[in-house]
Design a protein around this ligand. Structure first.
Ligand code: 13P
Length: 251
Protein backbone atom coordinates (compact mmCIF):
# COMPACT_ATOMS: atom_id res chain seq x y z
CA UNK A 1 0.00 0.00 0.00
CA UNK A 2 2.97 2.29 0.15
CA UNK A 3 4.08 3.97 -3.05
CA UNK A 4 7.34 2.10 -3.21
CA UNK A 5 8.17 -1.58 -3.20
CA UNK A 6 11.07 -2.94 -1.18
CA UNK A 7 13.32 -5.75 -2.35
CA UNK A 8 15.52 -6.62 0.60
CA UNK A 9 18.21 -9.28 0.44
CA UNK A 10 19.04 -10.99 3.73
CA UNK A 11 22.32 -12.73 3.02
CA UNK A 12 22.37 -14.38 6.47
CA UNK A 13 25.80 -15.90 7.25
CA UNK A 14 26.76 -16.28 3.58
CA UNK A 15 28.96 -14.63 0.91
CA UNK A 16 32.74 -14.24 0.78
CA UNK A 17 34.37 -11.01 -0.40
CA UNK A 18 34.92 -12.48 -3.86
CA UNK A 19 31.32 -13.71 -4.02
CA UNK A 20 30.19 -10.19 -3.16
CA UNK A 21 32.25 -8.79 -6.04
CA UNK A 22 30.67 -11.31 -8.40
CA UNK A 23 27.21 -10.44 -7.04
CA UNK A 24 27.62 -6.77 -7.96
CA UNK A 25 29.07 -7.60 -11.39
CA UNK A 26 26.04 -9.77 -12.12
CA UNK A 27 23.57 -7.28 -10.64
CA UNK A 28 24.60 -4.51 -13.04
CA UNK A 29 23.45 -0.93 -12.59
CA UNK A 30 19.99 -0.39 -11.16
CA UNK A 31 17.94 2.41 -12.73
CA UNK A 32 17.86 5.82 -11.00
CA UNK A 33 14.15 6.54 -10.77
CA UNK A 34 12.92 3.16 -9.78
CA UNK A 35 9.64 2.05 -8.24
CA UNK A 36 11.41 0.10 -5.54
CA UNK A 37 14.10 0.30 -2.90
CA UNK A 38 16.83 -2.36 -3.23
CA UNK A 39 18.48 -3.07 0.10
CA UNK A 40 21.02 -5.68 1.22
CA UNK A 41 21.69 -7.01 4.72
CA UNK A 42 25.09 -8.72 4.57
CA UNK A 43 27.08 -10.02 7.54
CA UNK A 44 27.94 -6.88 9.53
CA UNK A 45 31.63 -7.25 8.71
CA UNK A 46 30.78 -6.87 5.00
CA UNK A 47 28.66 -3.73 5.27
CA UNK A 48 31.35 -1.38 3.98
CA UNK A 49 32.05 -3.63 1.04
CA UNK A 50 28.36 -3.62 0.07
CA UNK A 51 28.01 0.14 0.61
CA UNK A 52 31.03 0.73 -1.66
CA UNK A 53 28.91 -0.63 -4.47
CA UNK A 54 26.36 2.14 -4.11
CA UNK A 55 23.46 0.09 -2.77
CA UNK A 56 21.66 0.76 0.51
CA UNK A 57 22.66 -1.69 3.19
CA UNK A 58 21.80 -2.60 6.73
CA UNK A 59 22.38 -5.07 9.52
CA UNK A 60 20.75 -8.43 10.20
CA UNK A 61 20.84 -7.79 13.92
CA UNK A 62 21.75 -5.01 16.33
CA UNK A 63 22.52 -4.53 20.01
CA UNK A 64 19.98 -3.27 22.51
CA UNK A 65 22.79 -1.08 23.89
CA UNK A 66 24.51 1.75 22.12
CA UNK A 67 27.97 1.69 23.65
CA UNK A 68 30.10 0.12 26.36
CA UNK A 69 31.04 -3.32 27.63
CA UNK A 70 29.04 -5.58 25.30
CA UNK A 71 31.65 -7.82 23.69
CA UNK A 72 30.69 -9.03 20.24
CA UNK A 73 27.71 -6.73 19.75
CA UNK A 74 27.16 -4.07 17.07
CA UNK A 75 25.63 -0.78 18.15
CA UNK A 76 23.01 1.23 16.26
CA UNK A 77 25.24 4.32 16.23
CA UNK A 78 28.18 2.36 14.80
CA UNK A 79 25.88 1.26 11.98
CA UNK A 80 24.76 4.84 11.34
CA UNK A 81 28.37 6.00 11.44
CA UNK A 82 29.24 3.51 8.71
CA UNK A 83 26.37 4.68 6.50
CA UNK A 84 23.96 1.81 7.11
CA UNK A 85 20.31 2.53 6.42
CA UNK A 86 18.46 -0.06 8.46
CA UNK A 87 18.55 -3.11 10.66
CA UNK A 88 16.42 -6.22 10.85
CA UNK A 89 15.15 -7.13 14.30
CA UNK A 90 13.37 -10.25 15.45
CA UNK A 91 14.25 -12.51 12.53
CA UNK A 92 12.84 -15.98 13.27
CA UNK A 93 16.35 -17.47 13.27
CA UNK A 94 17.30 -15.11 16.09
CA UNK A 95 14.07 -15.86 17.94
CA UNK A 96 14.53 -19.64 17.59
CA UNK A 97 18.30 -20.17 17.79
CA UNK A 98 19.29 -17.29 20.08
CA UNK A 99 16.09 -17.22 22.14
CA UNK A 100 15.32 -13.55 21.54
CA UNK A 101 11.96 -12.61 23.03
CA UNK A 102 9.54 -9.84 22.13
CA UNK A 103 10.70 -7.58 24.94
CA UNK A 104 14.37 -7.79 23.88
CA UNK A 105 13.37 -7.24 20.25
CA UNK A 106 11.34 -4.19 21.27
CA UNK A 107 14.33 -2.68 23.08
CA UNK A 108 16.51 -3.12 19.99
CA UNK A 109 13.81 -1.63 17.79
CA UNK A 110 13.31 1.46 19.93
CA UNK A 111 17.02 2.15 20.37
CA UNK A 112 17.70 1.70 16.64
CA UNK A 113 14.91 4.11 15.72
CA UNK A 114 16.12 6.62 18.28
CA UNK A 115 19.64 6.50 16.78
CA UNK A 116 18.31 7.02 13.25
CA UNK A 117 18.09 3.57 11.67
CA UNK A 118 15.06 2.29 9.82
CA UNK A 119 13.93 -0.99 11.33
CA UNK A 120 12.49 -4.08 9.69
CA UNK A 121 10.55 -5.94 12.38
CA UNK A 122 10.22 -9.61 11.43
CA UNK A 123 7.32 -11.75 12.56
CA UNK A 124 5.81 -15.08 11.62
CA UNK A 125 4.30 -18.30 12.89
CA UNK A 126 5.72 -21.82 13.02
CA UNK A 127 4.08 -24.70 11.16
CA UNK A 128 2.62 -26.03 14.39
CA UNK A 129 1.13 -22.63 15.22
CA UNK A 130 -0.42 -22.40 11.74
CA UNK A 131 -1.85 -25.89 11.98
CA UNK A 132 -3.39 -25.00 15.33
CA UNK A 133 -5.07 -21.92 13.89
CA UNK A 134 -2.82 -19.56 15.83
CA UNK A 135 -1.24 -17.62 12.95
CA UNK A 136 -3.08 -14.38 13.52
CA UNK A 137 -2.74 -14.38 17.31
CA UNK A 138 1.01 -15.18 17.20
CA UNK A 139 1.76 -12.55 14.58
CA UNK A 140 -0.43 -9.92 16.26
CA UNK A 141 1.32 -10.51 19.55
CA UNK A 142 4.77 -10.19 17.94
CA UNK A 143 3.68 -6.91 16.35
CA UNK A 144 2.03 -5.52 19.43
CA UNK A 145 4.92 -6.30 21.78
CA UNK A 146 7.59 -5.54 19.17
CA UNK A 147 6.13 -2.06 18.60
CA UNK A 148 5.40 -1.21 22.21
CA UNK A 149 6.19 2.40 23.24
CA UNK A 150 7.39 3.50 19.81
CA UNK A 151 7.28 7.28 19.41
CA UNK A 152 4.74 8.52 16.91
CA UNK A 153 7.47 10.34 15.00
CA UNK A 154 9.33 7.07 14.40
CA UNK A 155 6.43 5.13 12.88
CA UNK A 156 7.43 6.02 9.33
CA UNK A 157 10.83 4.36 9.87
CA UNK A 158 9.29 0.99 10.64
CA UNK A 159 8.81 -1.77 8.09
CA UNK A 160 7.15 -5.06 8.96
CA UNK A 161 8.30 -8.35 7.41
CA UNK A 162 5.94 -11.30 7.62
CA UNK A 163 7.99 -14.47 7.32
CA UNK A 164 6.17 -17.71 8.13
CA UNK A 165 8.82 -19.93 9.71
CA UNK A 166 7.68 -22.97 7.70
CA UNK A 167 8.37 -21.10 4.44
CA UNK A 168 11.91 -19.96 5.26
CA UNK A 169 14.59 -21.82 3.34
CA UNK A 170 12.20 -24.71 2.68
CA UNK A 171 11.16 -23.93 -0.88
CA UNK A 172 7.55 -23.82 0.40
CA UNK A 173 6.23 -20.33 -0.25
CA UNK A 174 2.99 -19.16 1.31
CA UNK A 175 0.48 -18.85 -1.50
CA UNK A 176 -0.23 -15.25 -2.48
CA UNK A 177 -3.65 -15.46 -0.82
CA UNK A 178 -2.28 -17.06 2.37
CA UNK A 179 0.29 -14.26 2.58
CA UNK A 180 -2.23 -11.55 1.71
CA UNK A 181 -4.58 -12.73 4.48
CA UNK A 182 -1.86 -12.31 7.11
CA UNK A 183 -0.66 -9.01 5.65
CA UNK A 184 -4.20 -7.70 5.81
CA UNK A 185 -4.48 -8.69 9.45
CA UNK A 186 -1.13 -7.00 10.19
CA UNK A 187 -2.45 -3.83 8.52
CA UNK A 188 -5.56 -4.02 10.68
CA UNK A 189 -3.39 -4.42 13.76
CA UNK A 190 -1.37 -1.34 12.77
CA UNK A 191 -4.59 0.66 12.37
CA UNK A 192 -5.55 -0.39 15.89
CA UNK A 193 -2.12 0.47 17.33
CA UNK A 194 -1.52 3.64 15.31
CA UNK A 195 -4.15 5.03 12.96
CA UNK A 196 -5.43 4.43 9.45
CA UNK A 197 -3.03 6.82 7.73
CA UNK A 198 0.14 5.57 9.43
CA UNK A 199 -0.94 1.96 8.87
CA UNK A 200 -1.53 2.57 5.16
CA UNK A 201 1.89 4.17 4.78
CA UNK A 202 3.67 1.26 6.45
CA UNK A 203 5.41 -1.21 4.16
CA UNK A 204 4.68 -4.86 4.93
CA UNK A 205 7.11 -7.24 3.23
CA UNK A 206 6.68 -10.96 2.69
CA UNK A 207 9.57 -13.39 3.21
CA UNK A 208 9.91 -17.14 2.84
CA UNK A 209 11.20 -18.85 -0.31
CA UNK A 210 10.62 -15.80 -2.51
CA UNK A 211 12.28 -16.26 -5.90
CA UNK A 212 12.15 -14.72 -9.37
CA UNK A 213 9.42 -17.17 -10.44
CA UNK A 214 6.96 -16.31 -7.64
CA UNK A 215 7.76 -12.71 -6.68
CA UNK A 216 5.43 -11.00 -9.18
CA UNK A 217 2.24 -12.66 -7.95
CA UNK A 218 3.19 -11.98 -4.34
CA UNK A 219 3.88 -8.29 -5.04
CA UNK A 220 0.62 -8.14 -6.91
CA UNK A 221 -1.34 -8.56 -3.65
CA UNK A 222 -2.88 -5.41 -2.18
CA UNK A 223 -1.09 -5.57 1.17
CA UNK A 224 2.28 -6.95 0.04
CA UNK A 225 4.70 -4.06 -0.38
CA UNK A 226 7.89 -5.96 -1.02
CA UNK A 227 9.94 -9.03 -0.28
CA UNK A 228 12.58 -10.02 2.26
CA UNK A 229 14.63 -12.64 0.47
CA UNK A 230 17.25 -15.09 1.68
CA UNK A 231 18.48 -17.76 -0.76
CA UNK A 232 17.39 -16.01 -3.96
CA UNK A 233 19.18 -12.80 -2.98
CA UNK A 234 22.65 -14.34 -3.03
CA UNK A 235 23.19 -14.26 -6.78
CA UNK A 236 23.29 -10.89 -8.54
CA UNK A 237 21.24 -12.10 -11.50
CA UNK A 238 18.47 -13.48 -9.25
CA UNK A 239 18.39 -10.34 -7.13
CA UNK A 240 18.20 -8.29 -10.33
CA UNK A 241 15.26 -10.40 -11.52
CA UNK A 242 13.45 -9.69 -8.23
CA UNK A 243 14.11 -5.96 -8.67
CA UNK A 244 12.92 -6.01 -12.28
CA UNK A 245 9.71 -7.75 -11.19
CA UNK A 246 9.08 -4.92 -8.72
CA UNK A 247 9.68 -2.36 -11.46
CA UNK A 248 7.18 -4.16 -13.69
CA UNK A 249 4.38 -4.07 -11.11
CA UNK A 250 1.40 -1.84 -11.78
CA UNK A 251 1.26 1.17 -9.41
P1 13P B 1 14.57 -17.71 2.12
O1 13P B 1 14.23 -16.69 1.07
O2 13P B 1 15.88 -18.39 1.88
O3 13P B 1 13.44 -18.65 2.37
O4 13P B 1 14.78 -16.90 3.50
C1 13P B 1 13.82 -15.99 3.90
C2 13P B 1 14.35 -15.19 5.02
O5 13P B 1 14.51 -15.69 6.13
C3 13P B 1 14.70 -13.78 4.77
O6 13P B 1 14.90 -13.09 5.94
Amino acid sequence: MTHKYYIVGNWKMNQSLSEISTFFKDLGTLPDNKKYEAWIAPQAIHLSKVLENGIKAGAQNVSDNNTGAHTGEVSPSALIDLGAEFTLVGHSERRAIYKEDNDFINRKLRLSLEKGLKVILCCGESLEERENGMTESVVNRQIELGLQDVHEANRSDIIIAYEPVWAIGTGKTASPSQAEDVHQSIRTKLIELWNEEAAKEAAILYGGSVKPSNVAELLNQTNIDGALVGGASLKGADFRALCDAAEDQKE
